[in-house]
Design a protein around this ligand. Structure first.
Ligand SMILES: Nc1ncnc2c1ncn2[C@@H]1O[C@H](COP(=O)(O)OP(=O)(O)OP(=O)(O)O)[C@@H](O)[C@H]1O
Ligand code: SF4
Ligand SMILES: [Mg+2]
Length: 430
């Protein structure tokens, strides 16, 4: 891959990064109560028998110049959310506002001007580029679709875009198969930039690439944002990809946003147990803190089906802190700290929202395991547990708060054995 540096990139108007502009930038995109239910039809009459609740009522906003990272396990609705906000899919309910204008139900014709402003980069650079078209044809497609002729002609503009993304402009007439995965993703990025968009939604832009190439593409996106004043929504299934490029991060679980916070708050003191579990899977580069990795949390069980999601809090079937209220009452997404919204009755690193509910559900006792801990002799146990606790305190809760919610331990999740000890009376199981 050529590492040629970008040249003569035009500055977009109003392009200030949220990283520089602070967290209160102007709102570019606002999503309220957004839902997408895919109907399930059966029989000769194709009657609707149910629905896949892929996105089930989410609210968030994206500010001008910022990067919002969206993370969650496979099937939690990230791509569907991306397609809804770019209006490639029609929402079942809720609203999408772009630059203060409601675009939720605009017709194809009315959407056309907005399509220039919002572009998508797709996950798989192998299937998203037509193998029979040259790179020139692929990157110039947006001009043809929008009926736009760039200044200086299409060829010159495409060559400029290729050099902006670090490719050789002379390769204009080559075909996708002549490029590596990372180079193909650069072609996808060039195509997305052709019309000078305001918002770019990148759906797992590096997950199909080798790890060694991933950083180059992520850095390219970061550089382009700085130089072009772009706003990004970057979708990924783990936190390591979005860690360095996001200003804020939304964590999704089964069609819902369970936590939305600025990057530093989320990494220092995650409040949702699911965020904590995702974070524990992120490699720790600092050797001094690497020992905390022995606290890796393994969530047991599969992600439930979005066709009939669990009642109450959707995470209760896999949460080590779940109590009766978690099964019956859906926790609202509340701003518990400035800029940190979380949907949980018993949040981490914060005061318990349902302190009266103390008995763990049966599922909670088996929900998570702590991996990689070195077997200890009983006499050493107290001391060692304290040490890991101190380290995990550094990585996930610098506030020093350790409220005593149900199933809580300052170390993190309760191991199945500990949970059983805490509530050994079977009659107390809900
Ligand atoms: N067109 C569709 N028709 C029916 N169900 C769909 C459709 N598209 C997505 N789904 C379902 O909606 C749910 C969410 O899918 P989505 O692709 O948005 O998840 P995702 O978080 O992007 O997952 P991944 O990380 O695997 O890409 C899944 O259960 C999926 O099977
Ligand atoms: S403690 Fe309850 S509300 Fe919070 S994530 Fe676990 S199950 Fe959901
Ligand atoms: Mg996806």
């Amino acid at each position: 891959m050529s590492d040629e540096k970008a040249v003569s990139i035009p500055q977009q108007s109003g392009g200030t990064r949220a990283k520089d502009a602070g967290a209160d930038g102007e709102i570019l995109l606002k999503v309220t109560g957004l839902q997408k239910h895919f109907p399930i039809r059966k029989g000769l009459l194709q009657r609707q028998t149910g629905a896949v609740r892929a996105v089930d009522g989410i609210d968030f906003e994206v500010r001008k110049g910022e990067t919002l990272g969206v993370v969650g396990e496979s099937g939690c609705g990230k791509s569907t959310m991306g397609r809804l906000i770019t209006r490639l899919l029609e929402p079942t309910a809720g609203t999408v506002e772009f630059e203060g204008r409601d675009i939720t139900h605009l017709s194809t014709g009315a959407l056309r001007p907005m399509r220039r402003d919002v572009q998508m980069i797709f996950q798989d650079p192998y299937s998203s580029l037509n193998p029979r078209h040259t790179i020139g044809t692929i990157v110039s497609a947006p001009f043809r679709l929008q009926g736009v002729t760039p200044e200086g002609g299409v060829k010159k503009e495409v060559q400029r875009l290729l050099s902006v993304v670090g490719l050789n402009p002379e390769h204009y007439n080559r075909y996708p198969h002549e490029f590596s995965g990372g180079q193909r993703q650069r072609i996808g990025i060039a195509r997305a930039l052709a019309l000078n968009p305001k918002l770019v939604v990148a759906d797992e832009p590096v997950s199909a690439l080798d790890v060694s190439i991933q950083a180059q593409v992520v850095n390219l996106l970061d550089d382009l944002q700085e130089e072009l004043g772009l706003t990004y929504v970057i979708i990924a299934h783990d936190l390591s990809v979005v860690r360095h490029v996001s200003d804020r991060i939304a964590v999704m679980y089964l069609g819902k946003i369970v936590e939305l916070a600025d990057r530093n708050s989320l990494y220092k003191a995650p409040m949702h147990p699911y965020t904590k579990a995702l974070l524990s899977a992120v490699p720790i580069p600092d050797p001094k803190r690497r020992k905390a990795k022995s606290e890796r949390i393994l969530l047991k069980g599969d992600v439930p089906s979005p066709i009939s999601p669990p009642s109450g809090c959707r995470f209760h079937t896999r949460c080590w802190k779940a109590t009766q209220i978690c099964r019956t009452t859906e926790p609202p997404l509340l701003e518990l700290r400035p800029g940190q919204r979380v949907a949980c009755h018993h949040p981490e690193n914060f005061e318990d929202q349902a302190p009266q509910d103390t008995e763990l559900l049966t599922e909670a006792k088996e929900a998570a395991a702590v991996l990689g801990r070195v077997p200890e002799r009983p006499a050493e146990k107290t001391k060692k547990t304290k040490k890991v606790s101190d380290e995990s305190g550094k990585s996930s809760g610098e506030s020093g708060e350790s409220p005593d919610g149900p199933g809580k331990s300052p170390d993190g999740p309760v191991k199945a054995s500990e949970a059983s000890e805490k509530s050994s009376d079977p009659s107390s199981d809900k």
